[in-house]
Ligand binder design. Structure first.
Ligand SMILES: Nc1nc2c(ncn2[C@@H]2O[C@H](COP(=O)(O)OP(=O)(O)OP(=O)(O)O)[C@@H](O)[C@H]2O)c(=O)[nH]1
Ligand SMILES: [Mg+2]
Length: 372
């Protein structure tokens, strides 16, 4: 056993025993627990991201990114991931009633109103995947590269599966449906620690944070906390390699459950219910995927011709006309005179509005750019 594994086991044991005795949950316990978690997070990070010389790889499957966004399918074996890929893309991935049918990453493309979304079918994972069971480590590492994670669940199985998958993704540093904590952290070479909190901290305190900094041997840094964060969230900021990824929970096989069960599942947040085999609700799922990716697609139009609806430019929500220019050609923004936009972002819709580079575009806008 490598030493970090031994440390983790020992620390887990300590945490368990502290948590047991913390029925009255006093401040001292919280403080020590915070320190232990900081240590644990550091050992985990070493274990998951081994240095080059230790040889073990923490990398995912080597699949080229393509299209406008990447969506990864994560789930236990036989929940229907490959069946979904076959239904919504032109790519076939072997499907079968036995577990671990899929052994590698298989990319397909969802065509959505001209946008191209890469959907990655991945092998099923099992409990302990983040520690390297099966191909688990590779699967969860690949999930880190996705713009959206679809956690696929079997509607006929218990809800325990959902929690187990969340634990596996959490363990490799993926934070689902969470924003990066609003903390500014800057290392310095001298000057000690300056600590500022612009809000009242109710879930952690300055003493805990200072001790965690000391345990990471960070004696010179600026910390500015602008949100009521937990100790865990502060550790995430320190570790710095966390990935904040949106996630949609997809319950498949709804053809095999009762309407009451269906109703209950469908009302959970960030959830879509489908049946791949019967083709139920798949169009809704794709609309949801598009929404959750937080992208806008913009169609460009040359003077005197219709816009090209087959080939939009896809950008993050909040993108401006300048981003559209850069998406077409590097030199365009420099020679920009004005643009005309039609669609939701035009003040005069359905007519065009004349706009400058700073104008924010919206989904399905049509843009014409005029240069000097
Ligand atoms: N009843 C029902 N069965 C389904 C549905 N979708 C898929 N299945 C069945 O579930 C089984 C597993 O499907 P796969 O698509 O191979 O599952 P997978 O998640 O890719 O599994 P692995 O590759 O082993 O991880 C197959 O026998 C499918 O026919 C569905 O909507 N309803
Ligand atoms: Mg499969």
């Amino acid at each position: 056993m490598r030493w970090p594994v031994v440390c983790i086991l020992a620390l887990l044991h300590c945490i368990a025993s502290i948590e047991l005795s913390s029925a009255q949950k006093n401040k001292a316990t919280e403080y020590h627990l915070g320190l232990l978690k900081a240590k644990l997070a550091r050992y985990r990070a070493q274990l998951l991201e081994p240095t080059a010389k230790s040889g073990a790889s923490g990398t995912g499957f080597d699949v080229q990114k393509s299209g406008d966004a990447r969506v990864a399918l994560i789930g236990f074996p036989s929940v229907g991931k490959s069946t979904l890929l076959g239904k919504v893309t032109h790519t076939a991935s072997e499907t079968a009633a036995y577990e671990f049918t899929t052994l590698t990453a298989i990319p397909g493309v969802i065509e959505y109103k001209g946008a191209r979304i890469q959907l990655l079918d991945l092998p099923g994972i099992v409990e302990g995947a983040s520690q390297g069971r099966g191909r688990g480590r590779q699967v969860v590492s690949t999930a880190k590269t996705a713009d959206l994670i679809l956690i696929m669940l079997d509607a006929t199985k218990s809800d325990e599966q959902r929690r187990l998958l969340e634990i596996e993704l959490d363990a490799v540093g993926i934070r689902l449906n969470k924003q990066k904590p609003d903390v500014v952290f800057k290392k310095k070479t001298t000057g000690g620690i300056t600590f500022n909190a612009t809000v009242k901290l109710t879930k952690t305190d300055e003493r805990t944070i200072r001790s965690i900094l000391a345990s990471y041997k960070l004696h010179n840094c600026d910390v500015m906390i602008r949100e009521d964060i937990t100790t865990d969230e502060f550790i995430d900021v320190l570790i710095g390699t966390r990935k904040y990824v949106p996630c949609l929970y997809v319950y498949n096989k709804i053809d095999s459950i009762s309407l009451e069960q269906l109703d209950k599942l469908a009302h959970q947040p960030n959830t879509a219910v489908i049946s791949c085999e019967m083709g139920l609700n798949l169009e809704y799922l794709i609309d949801r995927i598009w929404d959750d990716l937080n992208l806008v697609k913009v169609y460009t139009k040359k003077r005197g011709v219709h816009p090209d609806l087959a080939d939009p430019i896809c950008m993050r929500k909040g993108a401006t006309v300048e981003d559209v220019c850069n998406g077409i050609h590097r030199s365009l923004a420099a020679n920009f005179r004005y643009a005309l936009v039609w669609g939701k972002s035009s003040k005069f819709a359905p007519h065009a509005q004349k706009v400058s580079l700073a104008h924010q575009v919206q989904d399905e806008d049509v843009v014409s750019i005029f240069t000097k």
